[in-house]
Design a protein around this ligand. Structure first.
Ligand code: N01
Length: 584
């Protein structure tokens, strides 16, 4: 396991201008790293730009106390290299952030990736040149690089949302955001600490901050459901069993709507008696984590069914939190799992501690921040440190931070003004040779991210290799096929209760964003199947310009690991229509 020292070796280089490469990749998280690996393997020249000083993306930035992944560690990893799977050892059921970052670093070292990554460099603009059919990419270090392909591996939850609370610039103490956490340890000992937000990041960090802080005040706008993680050290025997059959586990995971494997029950909740349901929910609670949503097949499609699990979860909260008023405030009244389900370790019990208080800012929003406090409902809550666990401009936020200009001067922000429009979440009309890894309109955050990333990267690598084979200059989706895809993304979203609440999935966490359900909720294998179909049918829905050689669809092969059989019983289109697809 390599966790070696300084990684920003190219920190002091002088900016290059006019360099020409086959592909620029923006971002060196799990997506950018694997994209680099695949393209290099195919013999392309690649330049990767990364804002951070090291690889890891999400896991580089989100280093707040308690940060860990809530997809089980034995599944939250790359599957493309069997030797890598075998040599890496996870230590806990849910890997903590430092271990995931160490894994990312290990991958960078093992595959010699760093030599093509420029760290501490933010891409500020990408402009398509109509004449040459190539991209000019610009950075904040004055770099200007020319590339045939531009691949956005910018992450779905990477643009931190820092609400502009009036007066916040005058706050005297440490002001932190969970998604941009300092690299030095932060010690809350002796500090009256305020945490704003009660999403996954808050729910993970609050129990640990409470252990240190003199007092902790949690400002809650919307309560969230959280299921216990029951995190524990991994049993070596279990690890051995998984490693002995990793390909089988990966294959099972790819066939699941979520892209990760866990046993789930497709039966409808309402067909069970109240007693049976209670036993099932208890058993699933005891298993813990996101798979809790797999207790029944209709929980995200039938409000009445959902009410049964929501009520179960509220009873759990009331049983843990002793003060009835606080317990009621912590009880969500919206659809269970509508917002991203949180996975916790001792979150609710924190509110039994005498130095922890919950402030409801749903009706009296935070008015302002003073030099030493947070004001809501006319009351100033004194704090020495503020943690904004206020989330992200999700899915499209990182794109908005780059001035992306396509054919004929069309800007991406203009095109996406009313909501993102893509073909397969991979490409967008008017922006030839621009690819997105886990872009809007793809399963992304509704699947296990690394699986979603690997599938996108493989698709893009296969596509770029095909373009080289046929000597093509550009590829771009047709507007009509993009429209059909957007319609399909909306159609499946409408089936799910998830489209009904104000979450970051629909951009509702930030004022002024268009309300559109951004990820593809039709299930990972169905999505993969559609990507494969497009590819093997000669890139159906795409215009390929400038090809000098004929290449018939019969020659086109997608990477083998994505030739996933559809599990007809569970995730067929018929099952979607019958609303029997549990999606986490
Ligand atoms: O962000 P969030 P997050 N005034 O958007 C509140 C993934 N993740 O960083 O709900 C007051 O969920 C906001 O309130 P509301 C995971 O997919 C994964 O926690 O909008 N409050 C909310 O309570 C997750 O879903 C892992 O009303 C304000 C909170 O801030 C996603 O990242 C761990 C406010 C933001 O919650 C994002 O999670 C962590 C304001 N002006 C994250 N603005 C794991 O894998 C916002 N809020 C374990």
């Amino acid at each position: 396991m390599s966790t070696s020292g300084s990684h920003s070796h190219n920190h002091d280089r002088s900016p290059e201008t006019g360099t020409s490469v086959d592909a620029v990749v923006v971002g060196a998280g799990f997506a950018g790293m694997f994209m680099l690996y695949r393209l290099r393997q195919l013999g392309f020249s690649v330049r990767v730009y990364e804002t951070g000083a090291d690889v890891g993306g999400t896991w580089y930035w989100n280093r707040y106390p308690g940060a860990r992944c809530d997809v089980e560690s034995m599944q939250y990893s790359y599957s493309f290299c069997e030797a890598l799977e075998q040599e890496w050892n996870w230590t806990e059921k849910y890997a903590p952030q430092p271990e995931i970052l160490a894994y990312a670093r290990h991958v960078a070292e093992r595959f010699g990736l760093r030599q093509d990554i420029l760290f501490n460099t933010r891409v500020t603009a990408a402009e398509f040149d109509d004449e040459t059919g190539r991209w000019w990419v610009q950075t904040d270090r004055g770099e200007r690089v020319n590339a045939q392909f531009c691949i956005m591996a910018v992450g779905c939850l990477s643009a931190a949302n820092r609400p502009p609370f009036p007066g916040i610039e005058r706050f005297k103490g440490p002001l932190l955001h969970t998604g941009e956490w300092p690299h030095e340890a932060v010690d809350f000992t002796g500090l009256r600490t305020g945490v704003i937000g009660t999403g996954s990041s808050a729910i993970q960090s609050i129990p640990i901050i409470a252990e240190q802080a003199k007092s902790l005040t949690v400002f809650q706008r919307t309560p969230n459901y959280a299921v216990p993680a029951w995190n524990a050290p991994l049993d070596p025997h279990y690890v051995k069993t998984i490693k002995a059959a990793y390909p089988e586990l990966r294959a099972k995971a790819r066939a699941r709507p979520t892209g990760f494997y866990f046993p789930f029950n497709t039966k409808p909740a309402l067909a069970a008696s109240p007693g049976e349901r209670e036993r099932q929910y208890e058993a699933c609670w005891a298993r813990g984590g996101l798979p809790f949503l797999g207790a029944y097949g209709d929980l995200l499609f039938d409000k009445q069914a959902n009410d049964t699990i929501a009520e179960f979860a509220r009873r759990k909260i009331r049983a843990i939190v002793r003060d009835p008023k606080t317990a009621e405030l912590l009880c969500p009244d919206n659809v269970f799992g509508c917002k991203r389900l949180c996975v916790d370790s001792g979150y609710y019990a924190v509110f039994n501690q005498p130095h922890v208080q919950l402030v409801d800012v749903s009706k009296a929003p935070i008015e302002r921040v003073t030099e030493q406090g947070i004001v809501s409902g006319g009351v100033e809550y004194p704090v020495d440190a503020i943690v904004c666990a206020t989330g992200f401009a999700a899915i499209t936020g990182a794109f908005e931070r780059i001035a992306i200009t396509g054919r004929g001067g069309l800007t991406l922000s203009e095109k996406w003004r009313a909501g993102p429009r893509t073909y397969l979440g991979l490409t967008t009309a008017g922006f030839p040779n621009l690819f997105m890894i886990t872009g809007p309109g793809s399963p992304s955050v509704l699947a296990s991210m690394i699986q979603a990333i690997e599938q996108h990267v493989d698709w893009v690598a296969d596509c770029i290799a095909h373009l080289r084979t046929v000597g093509a200059r550009t590829i771009e989706p047709t507007a009509a096929d993009e429209d059909r895809w957007v319609e399909h993304v909306n159609e499946v979203a409408a089936i799910s209760l998830r489209s009904t609440c104000s979450s970051w999935y629909v951009g509702a966490n930030l004022p002024g964003r268009p309300r559109v359900f951004m990820p593809y909720i039709g299930g990972f294998p169905i999505y993969v199947h559609q990507c494969n179909e497009v590819m093997v049918n000669g890139y159906k829905g795409f215009i390929i310009r400038g090809a000098t050689a004929a290449h018939t669809p019969a020659h086109i092969q997608c990477t083998k690991r994505w030739q996933v059989p559809l599990d007809i019983e569970v995730i067929s289109p018929a099952a979607i229509a019958a609303k029997r697809v549990p999606v986490v």
